[in-house]
Design a protein around this ligand. Structure first.
Ligand SMILES: NC(=O)c1ccc[n+]([C@@H]2O[C@H](COP(=O)([O-])OP(=O)(O)OC[C@H]3O[C@@H](n4cnc5c(N)ncnc54)[C@H](O)[C@@H]3O)[C@@H](O)[C@H]2O)c1
Ligand SMILES: [Zn+2]
Length: 667
């Protein structure tokens, strides 16, 4: 039934396009790599058997990535290919046979680690980094030079006898340690956690602010040289040269193999040793060493014939479910966790796995004491991917999701169109109480340094603090008996608390943790309500009149102020001298010259920082907006302005200024 086959092919293509989009553009994969590759292979086989349904846009023929609108698009001078995949030694033997058919002489292979990050192509001219571009769709990519410059593994200037002009390609990745660090600080700020280092690295590269990119702590390794001419005849020798020019190259953990058996040894070694690396790899890459042979072999539509990726399978083991426990997060969100009989998986002993939410438990049809399959895929936390129902007995009952908060006993609520349950007892549920205090001291709120989550938890356990106002009554004698607390650190904490009395009202407003009142909303509120009392007395209508404040936020503000415990906390904060009104200088309007005008800054600014620029706009009564549209009056451009500038020019009604012209405008 050819009709059905055509439908099957088309639906596979559609599905794979969708996965590519999630993976490369959103940096949030929707399925595991293995699942993706299996479907891709299925499509490949169907297409091979039915050439009549060929399509040049099929995911089997195209590199999956794309380009974004946030950076200038750059054409690759040399196309960036993907790699062919294999999952077992048999595939490798077939590959070698295909090579030998074309090449009638001994073939050497370079075996390298397959770094799990995002690929980059960097142009060096006269020994200087001149441009860096993502792989994109292989033909063109995003120009992210400024972001790449922040990565310390990538030299800005070369040494030795480097060629005048060449491209070097490599992988930008995140070490496990830095990935965990980022997630830890996101957790403290109450942000969603990132899934895995790969997608975080790739997402980081696409951030607009290079200073933020620098903070992510990305790493890089280079593995391919491309130019008109080559400084040596083999890949192996070129890597050694590149190392001398100052690059961090893949050679450091690579091996030159004379036979496929040596390749297999290398693979077997790294299949277990990889778990001890400080970063993640998802396989091994094999390359034919001789450049002459590489040229003879050439490329398929999507990948070089002279290279092959050997991908490690996500390890999967069977173990037994002991129980399900439920964790209450700092925002009140409930996460079910499976407690497992300890089992060795990917180099570590696994005792727990996340179950995410009730829907997942239902989908697995998980029963008490089931035997389950656990997998460690791209994500750091292992997950249950299936149940061995053959081992299930009639006595086992399905897991029943809890109805009450395990921390405080309050009945849980499930917000519509969200899969997650919440404990609504914000003010007295212990993890939420602690979460609120951690939020209060966080950098973007009251910024009380030296007072970390652990200390706050200890203080709470000792019943010394219960809400942010209690910080201001802490005494040194109360701090000193805490674990790991020395005289000096206690004093630092007290100094930090004292200093927080200087923090501007808008940050305090953000810090007291009114639901849905983030940093930006807090700023807007302070602009319209100069004191906390004005805000407290505002009506629903008055709140809704404020720009960007909708019903949801307004209601949440009213609810907050209708609670007497919150009012008491505010009165106490006031009595300790915390700023609850707009300061004189900070938001003072200097002039009205920009009144009614909207501004946006783009490119690398050199006369002032973006923050300072936006502050100047506000002080002269102008307004900052975040995107180029017809509503924009002025676009102020720094060095290397990209797509925003182009878009503004296309619109035609936007006045474009450089930094000095902007300063002239405000006098
Ligand atoms: N889960 C999903 O939804 C989803 C979607 C799309 C793609 N994917 C995954 O991505 C893979 C396809 O992605 P791809 O096209 O980037 O291929 P790939 O990641 O399998 O291999 C190509 C890439 O490997 C990288 N690489 C790392 N170390 C290297 C080295 N030493 N030498 C050369 N290259 C090295 C390069 O960036 C190169 O572009 C799929 O096989 C799949 O596993 C998953
Ligand atoms: Zn609770």
């Amino acid at each position: 039934m050819p009709d059905n086959i055509q439908q099957k092919i088309e639906s596979l293509r559609e599905e794979l396009h969708q996965h590519n989009y999630s993976y490369y553009i959103l940096d949030e994969p929707s399925v595991s790599d293995f699942e993706f590759d299996t479907k891709l292979k299925e499509l490949q086989e169907l297409e091979a058997a039915h050439p009549e349904f060929a399509d040049p846009n099929s995911p089997t023929l195209r590199v999956g990535g794309g380009i974004t609108k946030n950076f200038p698009t750059v054409q690759h001078q040399y196309r960036m290919y993907s790699l062919d995949n294999s999952y077992d030694f048999e595939d490798l033997e077939d590959w070698e046979k295909r090579i030998i058919k074309t090449i009638d002489e001994p073939v050497e292979f370079v075996a390298e680690l397959k770094y799990d990050g995002a690929s980059i192509s960097i142009l060096y001219e006269d020994g200087k980094l001149s441009q860096a571009v993502t792989r994109g769709d292989g033909f063109q990519g995003d120009e992210i030079t400024n972001n790449v410059r922040t990565i310390s593994d990538i030299p800005l200037k070369l040494k030795g006898d480097f060629p005048d002009r060449f491209f070097i390609r490599g992988e930008i990745y995140l070490t496990r340690k830095n990935f965990e660090k980022i997630n830890k600080s996101r957790e403290e700020e109450g942000l969603d956690l990132f899934m895995n280092p790969r997608n975080t690295a790739s997402g980081s590269l696409k951030m607009q602010d290079s200073a933020e990119v620098r903070k992510r702590g990305l790493s890089a390794v280079l593995y391919q040289y491309i130019s008109e001419e080559f400084p040596a005849d083999t890949h192996w020798e070129i890597l050694a040269k590149a190392k001398n020019w100052g690059f961090r190259v893949s050679e450091d953990q690579a091996k030159l193999c004379k036979t496929l058996d040596e390749v297999k040894e290398f693979i077997t070694f790294w299949d277990t040793a990889r778990h001890k690396l400080p970063f993640e790899i998802d396989g091994i890459v094999l390359k034919v060493n001789s450049l002459k042979q590489q040229r003879q072999l050439g490329f398929t539509a999507k990948s070089p014939r002279w290279a092959m990726a050997y991908k490690f399978k996500a390890e999967k083991v069977e173990t037994q479910l002991v129980s399900v426990s439920y964790q209450v997060g700092r925002t009140g969100a409930i996460t079910p966790v499976a407690n497992l009989k300890p089992v060795l998986l990917a180099g570590t002993t696994v005792k727990r796995a996340s179950l995410h939410n009730e829907d997942i438990i239902k989908k697995l049809d998980l029963h008490e004491h089931d035997f389950v399959y656990v997998e460690k895929g791209g994500e750091i936390i292992p997950k249950i991917v299936g149940v061995n129902t053959e081992k299930r007995t009639l006595l086992q009952t399905p897991i029943e999701y809890i109805k009450f908060c395990p921390e405080c006993g309050t009945e849980l609520v499930k917000i519509e169109d969200q899969a997650i349950h919440f404990c609504p007892n914000e003010l007295h549920c212990p993890p939420q109480v602690v979460g609120r205090m951690i939020h209060y001291v966080s950098r973007k709120a009251l910024n009380i340094e030296n007072l970390g989550g652990e200390t706050i938890e200890q203080l709470y356990r000792e019943k010394l603090i219960e809400n942010p106002a209690d910080f201001y009554t802490l005494k040194k004698e109360q701090l000193l008996p805490l674990e790991r607390m020395a005289e000096k650190s206690a004093q630092n904490i007290l100094d930090g608390i004292e200093k927080s009395k200087e923090i501007a009202f808008e940050k305090v407003l953000y810090g007291i943790g009114i639901k849905h009142v983030g940093e930006t909303v807090a700023k807007k509120l302070v602009k319209n309500f100069a004191t906390i009392d004005e805000l407290k007395n505002a009506t629903l209508e008055e709140l809704c009149q404020v720009e960007d404040i909708g019903m949801k936020i307004a209601v949440s503000i009213l609810e907050f102020f209708s609670n007497s415990e919150n009012i008491l906390m505010i009165e106490r904060l006031r009595s300790y001298g915390v700023k609850l009104e707009k300061g004189e200088n900070t938001n003072e309007v200097l002039s009205n010259v920009l009144e009614g005008k909207t501004f946006l800054f783009t490119g690398k600014l050199s006369l002032f920082t973006r923050e300072q620029a936006e502050e100047m706009v506000e002080k002269h009564n102008g307004k900052n907006i975040s995107a180029v549209s017809k509503n924009l009056n002025y676009l102020v451009v720094g060095e290397k302005a990209g797509s925003k500038l182009k878009k503004a020019q296309d619109i035609g009604t936007i006045t474009i200024l450089d930094e000095q012209q902007f300063l002239d405008l405000i006098g």
